[in-house]
Design a protein around this ligand. Structure first.
Ligand code: E4P
Length: 218
């Protein structure tokens, strides 16, 4: 499974990259706003900086809502760097835009996917990636990972090249289940990446080994 980091924070991206396990980055307007970025130009510059840090797919979200505007915005975003993937919301105009962009060779990530039928439509439209949001489904008492399982089952019947990014991850169990299901990618907040590496018995074990080593050195 590929690991993307779900953040626009440069320090988190650098740190995750230094671990040697990073395969890409996803951002969204909320994550961009959280970094205090103001203005379109600053947004595009920030995406460029991320692309310079990580030579891998970097999702940048289009905020236009009509077909023409989405396509125009996506073309501009795709000029920032060859690794930019344009996030397009799962709407009818979004689907039309994905088809057009796919024909132009622009990579897309259809975002805000909450059902296998939305995923199927996006794949048929030629999406490079689709992002089911598991945490937000869990938040409304629906099983987010069940939706991922359904999408994987549907895609297994066909020959779509669309990759599944498990998004809106809130905890290590989401990552484990994504891996067990064979999802292509999990996009993970930095805090959860840190949690994946931790285990109390590892800490206890290190403590004991270091204490015993002091006896050896005496
Ligand atoms: C994915 O691409 C989104 O940026 C993200 O995973 C949304 O997560 P949230 O539901 O925690 O905002």
């Amino acid at each position: 499974m590929k690991f993307f980091i779900d953040t626009a924070n440069l320090d988190e991206i650098k740190e995750a990259h230094s671990l040697g396990i990073l395969d890409g980055v996803t951002t969204n307007p909320s994550l961009i706003a959280r970094e205090g970025i103001a203005g379109r130009k600053a947004f595009e510059k920030h995406i460029k900086t991320i692309c310079e840090l990580v030579a891998a797919p970097v999702s940048a979200e289009a905020v236009s809502m009509t077909f023409d505007d989405m396509v125009a915005e996506a073309r501009t975003l795709s000029q920032i760097d060859a690794n930019v993937v344009v996030k397009i919301p799962m709407t009818l105009d979004g689907l039309k835009a994905v088809r057009q962009l796919s024909e132009e060779g622009i990579n897309t990530n259809v975002t805000l996917v909450f059902s296998p039928l939305q995923a199927l439509l996006a794949a048929k439209a030629g999406a490079t990636y689709i992002s089911p949001f598991v945490g937000r489904l869990d938040d409304i008492s629906q099983d987010g990972m069940k939706v991922v399982e359904e999408i994987i089952d549907v895609f297994a019947n066909y020959l779509f090249e669309t990759e599944i990014i498990v998004a809106s991850i809130r905890n290590p169990l989401h990552v484990l289940t994504a891996a067990e299901l064979g999802a292509d990618i999990a996009t993970i907040p930095f805090k959860v990446i840190e949690q994946l590496a931790q285990h109390p018995l590892t800490d206890v074990g290190i403590d004991k080994f270091l204490k015993d080593w002091q006896k050896v050195e005496k």
